[in-house]
Design a protein around this ligand. Structure first.
Ligand code: PMP
Length: 365
């Protein structure tokens, strides 16, 4: 009999995908096109390197456990109090902290399906029951089903807007209605990992303003891994409804959870808004080009507000992903029941996107 907790032995594994090095090794290839993890193909602001001047001489010291300088920069950028900001080793670590701090066996969590895997895995690790509401056939949030789901006893509502992997966006009107339908003591977690790719749309909600009006506990998750191009450094943050919520998360946080190079880089990246916005502009233009070209190849492409597209294929997703992998192209196939024909393709550099389009045209001949 397994020694570990029953919740752990039953837990599905998160599929982090293959790295470039691993694909290079496995298939003996030199050029890899990595479009499986929704990264920023342009990388971080050049200011990051400048911020690291002299860093090597400081590596003998522990990082600031409270990440004070970075948290002040984040607080200033968001016009909030530094006590309401928490940083994590990637926003994925903060999802884990939320689960560890708030969930006990039998608690109910509502999310969507398909979802970012950890929105389901970490709550289940704590013994919570996860009610994942499927998206509609048109690949949009199912507002009616979500409203029905949050009316039952609920500890946490957690989902990403815009959605990973679907790419869809929940409008302000729908988000407002959904939050209002939640029990007053439920914790609302809006994961805005891809916010920067959606926020120019007038229908994209100011979730914080909506939540603030409601006077209930909430957490908004943000990351430096996407628009800011710092995925390698593992750093993200939470904005919270109160000092108390941040303090609860801080209690279960590993003391030195973010490292010194990451804290410095995040501050530098945050200060260079112009660079970030330029990446977003190029990324959105490429996404629209890709969506159109994929539709011309005969695929159904879900409308996207993100740096990736969710695509329905006529064959099995795993089969298609394997065929691309042999050519050095990494994408992410879906496995959940009902979505076995869907793949998620991150938007890369124009030439990388062309490589994918050519390979897909070839494969579907
Ligand atoms: N939330 C969502 C919705 C994501 O897609 C991701 C990364 N794929 C994360 C959180 C985690 O991001 P990170 O840990 O790199 O900040």
């Amino acid at each position: 009999k397994a020694l570990c907790r029953a919740e752990v032995s039953m837990l599905p594994r998160y599929n982090a995908g293959l790295s470039e090095d691993e694909v290079r090794r496995r298939y003996n290839l030199t050029t890899i096109v990595k479009l499986g993890s929704n990264e920023n193909p342009y990388g971080p602001s050049p200011q990051v390197k400048a911020g690291w001047a002299g860093l090597a001489d400081r590596l003998g010291r522990y990082p600031d456990a409270g990440a004070a300088l970075l948290r002040h920069d984040i607080a200033r950028a968001h016009m909030t109090e530094v006590e309401r900001v928490l940083v994590g080793n990637g926003s994925e670590q903060i999802i884990r902290l939320i689960a560890e701090a708030y969930l006990s066996s039998g608690d109910r969590v509502v999310t969507v399906r398909p979802a970012f895997g950890l929105h389901e895995i970490y709550p289940r690790m704590m013994g919570a029951e996860v009610d994942a509401v499927p998206v509609t056939a048109e690949a949009t949030f199912d507002q009616a089903a979500l409203l029905a789901a949050v009316k039952k006893p609920l500890k946490i509502l957690m989902f990403s807007n815009p959605s990973n992997p679907v790419g869809c966006m929940m409008t302000g009107a729908d988000l407002s209605e959904l939050i209002e339908a939640c029990p007053q003591d439920a914790l609302i977690v809006v994961d805005e990992a891809y916010r920067e790719y959606a926020e120019e749309d007038p229908n994209y909600p100011d979730a914080r303003a909506l939540l603030e009006k409601q006077g209930r506990p909430w957490i908004i998750l943000r990351t430096f891994s996407k628009a800011y191009g710092l995925a390698a450094l593992r750093i993200g943050y939470a904005l919270t409804s109160s000092e108390e919520v941040a303090s609860v998360l801080d209690t279960v946080r590993d003391p030195f959870n973010t490292n010194m190079p990451a804290q410095i880089a995040a501050s530098a990246a945050l200060a260079d808004v112009a660079y970030m916005k330029d990446c977003i502009r190029k990324g959105i233009a490429e996404r629209e080009r890709m969506a159109k070209a994929l539709r011309e190849l005969g695929f159904f492409v879900a409308p996207a507000w993100t740096n990736f597209v969710f695509v329905r294929t006529t064959q099995g997703a795993a089969q298609l992903a394997d065929a691309l992998l042999e050519r050095g192209i990494i994408i992410k196939p879906w496995k959940e029941p009902g979505f076995e024909n869907w793949v998620r393709i991150s938007i890369g550099l124009p030439e990388e996107n062309d490589t994918v389009l050519h390979a897909l045209a070839d494969l579907s001949l």
